[in-house]
Write a protein that binds this ligand. Structure first.
Ligand SMILES: Cc1cc2nc3c(=O)[nH]c(=O)nc-3n(C[C@H](O)[C@H](O)[C@H](O)COP(=O)(O)O)c2cc1C
Length: 370
């Protein structure tokens, strides 16, 4: 982090976490629109490019869902060096989420607990935001849409169908988020029978949309880290019999077992204490689905080393959020530069070659206790 960034971060940390987040979005929006945002090409290192699910990612470091919930700053995030940006979670109707305060920084642990509850402006506002992107930005950057369900929805699955239909023309890829701990009942969709129904209905709507347009954005399923081996087998079986193109492993955890200082705030824990759990789940899932299914690895990536290890454990691509809160906007650039240097000093020449080289070691570890 340079001096200016450090000053800015220290000032933001004096504010409550949600106010700081609002300011960060506002200043990214302003500095991007006025041309003041310093850019770092996200294509600087050709050896970091990854081709999966029909898309060419200029580098493997993406910004995870939750930072840009309303699609206000995807191009600013790409400009500071992220290889792809995920907007959302977006629900059909706007909703305010849980009462504040609902984001808590655990500075000593480099972690966050959040119980936002899908606060977002709903499909139509996010569609307008994305439609206002410059044409050259749209053709250059990979922007995924993470879709979810409204808390008071009578049928969660219908909300996902609506999301796919509404964003079909705008999304480079979709993430079906069934793993937020902050919408009661949502994670039950990961259970065998419900997941079968969800994926069946998604397959049908997809067939219909592919037939009517020339687009076919890939669909990824985002899962929780709080699953046991049996759950993981159930999910991989369901994936195999569906048209899902990949997985995002994983969302925040409800477990507090990795915290050195206990914290009983309800919500999802992210950041450094999530790294071990999420990487074990990733490797186990990689073993179950085989080498070809794309997996985006998320959870506790905040350094070159943690990014490297996540790739070794089986991630085809990476996403981070909490690491950026603590390390600043330059984190994507720093990790890309570091990955490039580490590749040059290794026996691997591309990210794809590195992916999955230490799956067995990670997968052999026991899932941490809840
Ligand atoms: C404040 C906050 C809000 C989040 N909101 C969402 C969300 O809306 N949808 C989602 O799929 N994940 C959301 N996440 C989870 C992240 O996308 C990511 O999966 C998780 O934080 C693990 O990555 P990290 O340790 O790098 O933060 C959120 C995370 C944080 C910290």
């Amino acid at each position: 982090m340079d001096k200016f960034e450090l000053l800015a971060r220290n000032a933001l940390f004096k504010l409550d976490a949600e106010t700081a987040h609002g300011l960060a979005i506002g200043s990214l929006k302003f500095s991007y629109a006025t041309g003041l945002l310093p850019g770092h090409s996200n294509r600087q290192y050709p050896e970091l490019a990854v081709k999966i699910a029909g898309l060419e990612f200029p580098n493997p470091v993406g910004i995870a869902a939750g930072f840009d919930k309303n699609g206000e700053v995807p191009d600013a995030l790409l400009k500071v060096g992220f290889g792809f940006a995920e907007v959302g979670t977006v629900t059909p109707n706007a909703q305010s989420g849980n009462p504040r305060p609902r984001i808590f920084r655990l500075v000593d642990e480099q972690a966050i607990i959040n119980r936002l509850g899908f606060n977002n402006q709903g499909h139509s506002v996010v569609i307008d935001n994305l439609r206002s992107r410059k044409r050259e930005d749209v053709s250059n950057g990979i922007v995924g849409i993470n879709i979810g369900a409204n808390k008071n929805s009578a049928d969660f699955i219908t909300d996902y169908e609506m999301g796919i239909r509404k964003f079909w023309d705008l999304a480079n890829y979709f993430t079906i988020n069934i793993s937020s701990p902050n919408t009661p009942g949502l994670r039950d969709l990961q259970a065998d029978k419900s997941l079968g129904e969800l994926l069946g209905r998604i397959d049908s709507i997809r067939e219909e949309l592919i037939a009517g347009t020339d687009k076919s954005p890939p669909l990824f399923l985002k899962i929780a880290p709080d699953l046991n081996e049996e759950n993981l087998i159930g999910i991989s079986d369901n994936i195999r019999s569906s048209s899902i193109d990949g997985l995002v492993v994983c969302n925040t955890t409800v477990s507090r077992s990795a915290l050195a200082i206990q914290n009983t705030e309800p919500g999802g824990l992210s950041g450094r204490p999530l790294f071990n759990r999420s990487t074990i789940v990733l490797a186990k899932m990689r073993q179950l689905v085989g080498p070809d299914l794309p997996i985006i690895g998320a959870g506790g990536i905040d350094s070159i080393q943690s990014a490297w290890e996540k790739l070794e454990a089986g991630a085809s691509l990476l996403q981070l959020y909490t690491g950026m809160v603590y390390q600043g906007l330059g984190i994507a650039k720093t990790i890309c530069q570091g990955l490039s240097e580490k590749l040059a000093a290794s026996q691997y020449s591309t990210i794809t070659e590195l992916t999955g080289t230490r799956i067995r070691e990670w997968a052999a570890r026991d899932l941490p206790v809840q």
